[in-house]
Design a protein around this ligand. Structure first.
Ligand SMILES: [Zn+2]
Length: 563
């Protein structure tokens, strides 16, 4: 009996601190520098929640990356975008660790990958080694940190997923140490009148509520007068001790008169739900002001699993003459909490700040498919493209179509088809569908061409047109000249760029044989590493063919010598 009690006493703190059952002492850190984060798990990003942590690498590349535990490599992917060079390791305890934006892999893995690249004649590859084919020990160096793919500065993107469900989990639940005694920060508070009759501070549209920081560190909002069903939203961030980066929260809780209405945390989520982030945030506000408001109430079609508690959809029914205390708490994983108190008085007031609703001839019913004919373009929205019903603003100009604006998020792809029967035959090849940005600059969108029609599938509302790209890509050497001796060179690097439709393919050969060149779109550079291949000839003939998205192509040739 005594023994049972002492076992319980030992287990108790563990049970309190780990929400799920995450092994806290199995894994080591993927780096051997202090962990400073440029991004946290669940952080609000464009159309997704961040599925890992971003670990700063001291503005450098090439830091050794360690396997966090013993395991086997199950996947290696190299792509120009997204994760760049990434490796996945499955561990015996049921979790898979993911390391992304890498500069290169360890020599053993690098030679495995180079073979695949030469076999497939492609820099971009994805391989799934057999279980046990590429084993790694805990502490083994598997790669070096970099800045590849969709990374805007050197860092390691690190994930821990459940191997079975592939759900990403919060890597900080596994005992990784990040110094953090800093409380999260509230940046903005917003009140939303939600029912037909609802009014907040004389407004029947969203309104910002001022607040101030108290001496004890808590936040107090100015008293709110309201009637009807209302909701709140906050803009907030979390910071750790050793950097100024504004990272995402771990959890958010909303209480009304002491009762928990909303409880969200970022312990895990699934990739299939991540785009529903656009129902959590106030998307229109984000599109306008680039600030993400996290709503404490749930809107229809929000299918997120991040709610531990959701009472009355997080909405507050305010009655005349009654007082309410709304308390919003934001938390990080180290237990630092900030609290915002909002006194609410049930009071009927006349509306001064009135919602202006614009009606157009076209109404979208989100649950149904919607078709629109705009003359030389047609738009087809499948059912459930949108989260809500709305009046869509459709215009056709001289040579553009405007499909509403970017303030409404689309969950699914919709189709835009242009009638191209009036475009002269000889111009068809160089023509493509372009999305015009705010400054009316054309951006290539993937264009499917059939006789008389161009089609694209997109999730971006906005202005579209048919543009033409008549100029072939630029290809020029960066670090060498033709007929040069390059015996002591480690790399060949070549600049490639395209003005309008963008680069689609590149192919390099050396003395007629396919050559692996790594493409880095951020620096517009193709790089060949002389270590890859033993050159059997002194004189080398290099040919690089670069093609843009409409098929304009440039062939660059050069010869060089090497001992
Ligand atoms: Zn990341």
């Amino acid at each position: 009996m005594r023994r049972a009690i002492s076992v319980l006493l030992i287990l108790m703190p563990l049970l309190v601190f780990c929400q799920g059952s995450y092994p806290e002492d199995t894994f080591r850190s993927p780096l051997d520098i202090p962990l400073i984060l440029a991004g946290t798990f669940g952080e609000l990003r464009s159309n997704h929640f961040h599925s890992g942590i971003d670990i700063k690498t001291q503005q450098r590349q090439g830091l050794p990356i360690y396997a966090i535990g013993e395991g086997t490599v199950t996947r290696i992917k190299i792509s120009h975008w997204g994760y760049g060079k990434a490796i996945y390791i499955a561990h015996p305890n049921g979790y898979t660790s993911v390391y992304a934006h890498l500069q290169k892999f360890s020599p053993e893995i690098e030679s495995y990958i180079k073979k695949v690249q030469y076999d497939k004649k492609s820099f971009e590859i994805e391989v799934f080694p057999d279980y046990g084919e590429l084993k790694v020990a805990k502490d083994a160096i598997i790669a070096y940190s970099g800045n590849t793919g969709g990374s805007s500065g050197p860092h390691l993107h690190f994930e821990i997923r459940s191997s079975l469900s592939e759900k990403p989990t919060n890597p900080l639940l596994y005992g990784l140490e990040v110094r953090d005694a800093t409380n999260p920060t509230f940046q903005g508070l917003y009140a939303y009148p939600l029912s037909e009759n609802a009014v907040v501070n004389k407004s029947n549209q969203k309104i910002q509520i001022p607040f101030s920081r108290q001496k004890d560190g808590s936040y107090l909002a100015e008293s709110v007068n309201a009637i009807g069903t209302i909701g709140f939203g906050v803009a907030a961030y979390d910071r750790q001790d050793l950097a100024a980066n504004q990272n995402g929260l771990f959890a958010l809780e909303q209480k009304v008169n002491g009762k928990v209405y909303t409880e969200i945390d970022f312990e895990n989520f699934s990739f299939s739900e991540t785009r529903y982030i656009n129902t959590l945030i106030d998307y229109e506000h984000f599109a306008k002001y680039k600030r993400r408001i996290q709503r404490c109430f749930k809107v229809p079609r929000n299918e997120l699993s991040i709610y531990n508690t959701i009472y009355n959809e997080g909405k507050i029914a305010v009655r005349e003459g009654l007082s309410y205390t709304v308390e919003i708490q934001i938390k990080d994983l180290s237990g630092n909490i900030s609290t915002l108190l909002i006194p609410v008085e049930g009071k009927q007031e006349s509306i001064v700040n009135k919602k202006n609703s614009t009606k157009t001839p076209s109404y979208i019913i989100a649950s149904k498919p919607n078709n629109f004919d705009l003359g030389f373009a047609k738009v087809y929205f499948p059912s459930d493209t949108f989260y809500e019903d709305f009046y869509i603003d459709l215009k056709n100009g001289q040579d553009t179509v405007t499909i509403h604006n970017n303030r409404i998020p689309a969950h699914k792809n919709f189709t835009i088809s242009f009638d191209t029967s009036k475009i002269p035959e000889e111009e068809i090849r160089q023509a493509f569908i372009a999305r015009l940005d705010n400054k009316r600059r054309p951006n290539y969108v993937k264009t499917y061409k059939r006789s008389g029609t161009f089609t694209t599938r997109t999730r971006n509302l906005g202005m579209y047109t048919i543009a033409k790209d008549t100029i072939a890509p630029i290809v020029r050497p960066k670090n060498f000249k033709s007929k040069q001796w390059l015996t002591n060179y480690r790399y060949l690097s070549i600049y490639i760029a395209d003005d309008l439709s963008g680069i689609n393919t590149y192919k390099a050969t050396l003395n007629g044989e396919w050559l692996l060149m790594e493409y880095e779109p951020k620096t517009k550079t193709l790089t060949y590493n002389f270590d890859d291949k033993i050159l059997d000839k002194k004189q080398c003939e290099l040919e690089v063919v670069v093609t843009d998205n409409v098929g304009n192509s440039t062939t660059f040739t050069s010869s060089f010598y090497r001992n």
